[in-house]
Write a protein that binds this ligand. Structure first.
Ligand SMILES: Nc1ncnc2c1ncn2[C@@H]1O[C@H](COP(=O)(O)OP(=O)(O)OP(=O)(O)O)[C@@H](O)[C@H]1O
Ligand SMILES: [Mg+2]
Length: 1091
């Protein structure tokens, strides 16, 4: 899962702007004051995120920050990098647990994480749908589950654990929400300056006139459930707009239209229920205004009389002498109010559960593989009056603090001891004692157990139960250090401070029973949706001790802890800098208090004394095995020794690590980054080697294919020369890029398919050199002539002797023997040519011919060939013949006899010869190679640029010269020039070239086997090496090195910090190309800044 999110992270890339220290492990003095000071400095500079190792501290800025916009993510702003890195570190099966008090920013942080994951992960239609649901679940659940409190205008009044599930490819493709105890008492009453859940105000403000009429919507002060606190509006909240968003979210989540309608019916129905009031009539509660029953009854789809009856009376089972009888008991006014509120709370809580389930259904996935959980729970809170709900909320926070301690302080230190690492224990407050005070089952029983016992024995309305509870608590935990009594209840000394709980209502709320009468009433609703919220089977569901709210939250909290323990939890510790909710308002003492109770100092100390990284030896070896040959692919000795070998090979300082019993511990993250960087570099080197090999392979395949195709042309028709069959195809043997004198005859961008020096024979079989060039347009034959007149008189100039359009060629004829002659037949006259690379040329010509004419070029093979001569003045015309015979040796011997030219040559390789694949000399790395020739080096001697310099007389000696090494001492393939050998050849050749320009003066050289003497060295050296050195660009993009870099490979640059480098290429891989002091090379882009 981690791969998708992974961007190359370099710790130095954060060195953008500094404010305080971004990892408080680096603080020089670890005191609470220093921590507060650092946080303040950063807060004032708009840096709200700070680390302690892997723990992220977030200070609520109370203002919109431009983090995590598309642009911010793309440009990798420092904060994005911070959080991104944090997320990357934690991504594989982790959970993010924002913890902090109410209003500290947990919900916002959780949303950042969810939004970030959704933004940076890929995915198609289905995935996008899941992402939409993940994001849309927030406004929906916040509308129904959040409310304004005095501490937070958008306070979460429920807990939520959101598991985002991922596909193997790292895309979010499913999810699951577990929700915790909604503070449903808020539906029926709120403290001063607080509000009910947002949805009530949203509905009132945002519904259409039609909806208002259908739902009986009035102004908020009309409803008793809203008008007690005197607060209707929240600064910065647009209830009307948010209503639209809530409805939109329901739509996206796929809640059907009629269910959406029913949900609103329930919300409005609750408001109307709240307006039913009771008067005391002779000890009985009576509905004050029966007309107020009609509307809620209508909205809930129930009978209004029955509603009235159920609000004012209750069925009770009573036993008379072994018989059980059901009797109707009338309720007093207080009981009636209680019943009404119980119905409202139940309706609301069940609607909330329905919404959570609807979201879950929409994200359901058959198999869960990888997941990242995001926890967003209500924060620790202290109000003027703290009731049962605060007790539960603060208990959950206590538990979260406990596992934070377990994992970051306790477990960490225990591990050092276990592994035998040198360690001085660091003291910290372990709040397990407070958790036990609340949740212990026995010895002594905790507060929740006592509470449950009292509830189990209390009567229907349980007057006096709260008093009993207080007494029993005093007896059970009265002497506990973290417990006190006070006149209205008890005090708990929580990890985050002392909270006085008001005992009244504890028992009622803990018991949390919904009377069967009310269930029955709702099951009578004419709306299927409402009936579905009350699925209980009243005849069977009665047995056993009913679960209490307390035991439920205890179970949920412990399940949550188990879940978090199974994954790798990561913490965002949220700090609230003020209670004014204003930006830039820093209340020193408030922050200090949080720093203290969050245990940040201890956290830093353990972190600092401790080790940032640990791995069992085996895993460590696996990860870094690539770094040394001894460890790759496996280390053969003892694992611990292998790890030591690796650490020594990278010269890690010995104070940077300790070897435990089973694990290696590395102190600073930077040391680990060093290892990571080396590993990455190795991969890079190997990747390059693989790329190189692959390119080589591709090039070889291409040439092999070309050679085979070429060979097919001659297959079964012509014998093959021994040295030609397996030689490389180069195409341009003239180095055309550097030959303007030849290029002048071609158009500007004309592509060269083939270019070589060939021998042309005239009517008297006199030979002369021609440069033959094949392009997609045609064949050029270029010769040289002495200028006869003008200022250039006497100079030798290139002349285009003949140009043949591809389409004008009628056929090509060749002998069946191994000679190199071929005749190009054209409408006007034919050209008799001899070329050592005729096969390559012919194959390219055939290809071009077929492309242009859509017909195959006609090739004829015969040992008697005829060629037609050019008509010149009154002479010329007519034909000449070539007669091929069996002779001696591999070099053709030519003998003109009148109109015939007799050519004899020994037997070549059979006509059925095919090139062999592996013999090919591949070109390197796809770069342009100097032309290599299919001849031994010594052949080149005495060979001149341009025309053939052969004489028949010299044939023999020449032949011996080259044939010896070629045939006898080495197999032909070994005779292929080695790439390195060309260097030596180049220099003397340049001299010959200059000295021997007078070759044209010796025109009548005749024919001989000397034609194979040619030298690429006579031609200008091939392009890559002869190109003029590229001048450094003076005004191109440049960058300045931020750090020293020592190149690790020959193609890398080395530089000091603060050097200016010409930027040649910024590669997305992170390896940029630059030029420094005349050398071009690669370097890591994150070591420089662009200037
Ligand atoms: N990172 C932030 N950037 C900007 N504003 C923030 C940020 N974090 C929090 N706030 C502001 O603070 C308010 C309270 O934050 P939030 O709702 O996340 O608190 P909480 O910790 O979830 O509290 P509770 O426990 O009550 O649910 C937000 O509504 C928002 O106005
Ligand atoms: Mg919240």
């Amino acid at each position: 899962v981690g791969t998708k999110l992974y961007i190359k992270y370099h710790w130095q890339s954060q060195n953008v702007k500094q404010s305080g220290v971004d990892d408080m492990v680096l603080l020089s003095k670890i005191t609470e004051d220093a921590i507060v000071e650092n946080l303040k400095k950063r807060f004032m500079d708009d840096y709200i995120f700070t680390y302690i190792g892997p723990v992220l501290i977030s200070v609520n800025p109370f203002k919109q920050m431009p983090y995590f916009t598309d642009r911010e993510i793309e440009t990798k702003c420092p904060v994005c990098i911070c959080v991104h890195t944090y997320i990357c570190m934690c991504y594989a099966c982790g959970t993010y647990n924002p913890i902090g008090e109410s209003g500290a920013g947990k919900t916002v942080a959780a949303k950042y994480i969810m939004g970030y994951i959704s933004k940076v992960s890929g995915g198609g239609g289905k995935v996008q749908h899941v992402k939409d649901i993940i994001l849309q679940s927030n406004p929906l659940l916040e509308a129904f589950g959040n409310a304004k409190t005095v501490r937070n205008n958008n306070s979460s009044r429920f807990g939520k654990y959101f598991e985002i599930q991922f596909s193997r490819g790292g895309e979010p493709d499913g999810g699951k929400i577990s929700n915790f105890l909604l503070e449903k008492s808020r539906v029926v009453s709120q403290n001063e300056n607080e509000r009910n859940f947002h949805i009530f105000y949203q509905l009132i403000e945002g519904s259409s006139a039609q909806q208002k009429e259908a739902l009986g919507i009035m102004t908020p002060d009309y409803y008793n459930y809203l008008n007690q606190s005197g607060t209707y509006k929240v600064d910065g909240t647009n209830d009307s707009k948010e209503f639209q968003e809530t409805m939109e979210a329901m739509q996206v989540i796929g809640i059907p239209g009629d269910c959406q309608m029913q949900a609103l019916h329930i919300v409005a129905g609750i408001l109307h229920l709240g307006n039913i009031s009771f008067i005391e009539a002779g000890n009985y509660g009576q509905v004050e205004s029966p007309d107020l029953l009609a509307f809620p009854a209508y909205l809930l789809g129930i009978d209004q009389n029955w509603l009235q009856e159920k609000l004012t009376s209750r069925k009770m089972d009573s036993k008379w002498g072994g018989k059980s009888e059901s009797i109707n008991v009338t309720l007093n006014q207080e009981q009636a109010c209680y019943t009404r509120d119980a119905l409202s709370k139940a309706l609301y809580a069940r609607l909330f559960d329905y919404l959570v389930e609807a979201i879950n259904k929409a994200m359901q996935k058959p198999i869960e593989e990888f997941s990242v959980g995001v926890l967003d729970i209500y924060g620790f809170e202290i109000f003027q009056r703290n009731g049962f709900e605060q007790f539960c909320i603060n208990f959950v926070n206590e538990k979260l603090q406990q596992i934070f301690i377990e994992l970051t302080l306790k477990a960490e230190q225990e591990e050092y001891v276990q592994e035998g690492i040198k360690w001085t224990p660091i003291e910290y407050f372990n709040n397990k004692i407070v958790c036990d005070l609340i949740e212990n089952k026995l010895n002594p029983p905790g507060i929740m157990s006592v509470l449950d016992d009292v509830c189990a024995t209390m009567h229907a309305k349980g007057e006096g139960a709260d008093g009993t509870l207080l007494q029993k608590l005093q007896a059970a935990v009265g002497t506990h250090d973290h417990f006190n009594n006070w006149n209205s209840g008890f005090v708990i000394h929580h990890y985050a401070g002392k909270v006085s709980y008001d005992i009244s209502g504890f028992c009622e709320r803990n018991r949390d029973v919904l009377f069967p009468d009310l269930i029955e009433l709702m099951q009578s609703s004419e709306h299927a949706f409402i009936r579905s919220l009350f699925p209980e089977n009243l005849n069977t569901d009665k047995k056993g001790r009913p679960t209490t709210a307390g035991s439920k939250i205890k179970r949920q909290a412990n399940e949550l802890v188990d879940t978090l323990m199974k994954c790798t939890p990561h913490y965002i510790r949220c700090i609230k800098p003020n209670e004014t909710k204003r930006p830039r308002d820093w209340e020193e003492s408030r922050v200090k208090h949080q720093v203290e109770y969050l245990g940040l100092k201890e956290n830093i100390r353990v972190r600092r004394a401790g080790f940032a990284y640990r791995r069992v030896f085996k895993k460590f070896l696996q990860r870094y095995s690539i770094l040394t040959p001894e460890t790759y692919p496996y280390w053969r000795g003892e694992e611990k020794q292998g790890v030591l070998h690796l650490l020594r090979s990278v010269n890690m300082d010995t104070d940077q690590y300790q070897m435990g019993r089973t694990k290696i511990f590395v102190k600073n993250p930077e040391s680990l980054f060093l290892l990571e960087e080396m590993r990455e570099r190795k991969f890079d080197t190997f990747a390059r080697a693989i790329q190189k090999a692959w390119r080589k392979y591709i090039a070889r395949r291409k040439y092999e294919q070309m050679r085979e195709e070429a060979s097919d042309i001659l297959y079964n028709s012509k014998e093959r020369r021994r040295n030609s069959i397996n030689r490389n195809f180069v195409g341009d043997y003239l180095g055309m890029e550097e030959r303007p004198e030849l290029r002048q005859f071609l158009s500007k961008r004309e592509r060269i398919d083939f270019a070589d020096s060939v021998t042309k024979y005239d009517r008297r079989f006199k030979s002369i050199k021609r440069d033959l060039i094949l392009t997609p347009k045609g064949i050029y034959l270029i010769g040289r002539e002495k200028v006869k007149k003008g200022p250039e008189k006497g100079q030798i100039k290139e002349v285009l002797k003949r140009k043949l359009d591809i389409g004008s060629i009628r056929s090509v004829s060749l002998s069946t023997r191994q000679d190199d002659f071929f005749i190009l037949h054209e409408a006007q006259y034919d050209s008799l040519l001899e070329s050592m690379f005729k096969t390559e040329f012919l194959s390219l010509l055939c290809k071009r011919y077929e492309e242009q004419t859509k017909a195959k070029l006609c090739l004829t093979f015969n040992d008697r060939l005829e060629f037609r001569l050019k008509k010149e003045g009154w002479g010329g015309g007519g034909t000449r013949s070539l007669v091929f015979q069996r002779g001696q040796g591999d070099t053709a011997q030519v003998k003109p006899a009148g109109k015939n030219l007799n050519i004899s040559v020994g037997d070549g390789l059979p006509k059925t010869s095919k090139p062999t694949r592996k013999s090919m000399q591949p070109t390197q790395g796809g770069r342009r190679q100097p032309p290599s020739r299919g001849m031994p080096h010594c052949l080149f001697k005495g060979y001149q640029n341009g025309a053939a310099q052969f004489s028949r007389a010299s044939t023999r000696s020449q032949e011996q010269m080259y044939s010896t090494p070629d045939k006898r001492s080495r197999p032909p393939n070994a005779a292929l020039p080695k790439l390195g050998s060309q260097k030596g050849r180049r220099a003397p050749a340049a001299q010959t070239q200059n000295a021997n320009l007078d070759f044209l003066n010796v025109p009548d050289q005749g024919m001989s086997g000397m034609q194979r003497k040619r030298s690429i060295s006579q031609r200008p050296p091939p392009a890559p090496t002869s190109r003029p050195k590229v001048q450094p660009r003076s005004h191109g993009p440049r960058c300045r090195s931020l750090y020293q870099y020592v190149g690790q490979d020959v193609d890398e640059l080395s530089f000091e910090a603060n050097e200016v480098i010409d930027l040649v290429k910024e590669d997305p891989s992170g390896w940029w190309t630059g030029r420094l002091r005349g050398k071009e090379g690669l370097f890591p882009g994150n070591y420089v800044e662009k200037i």
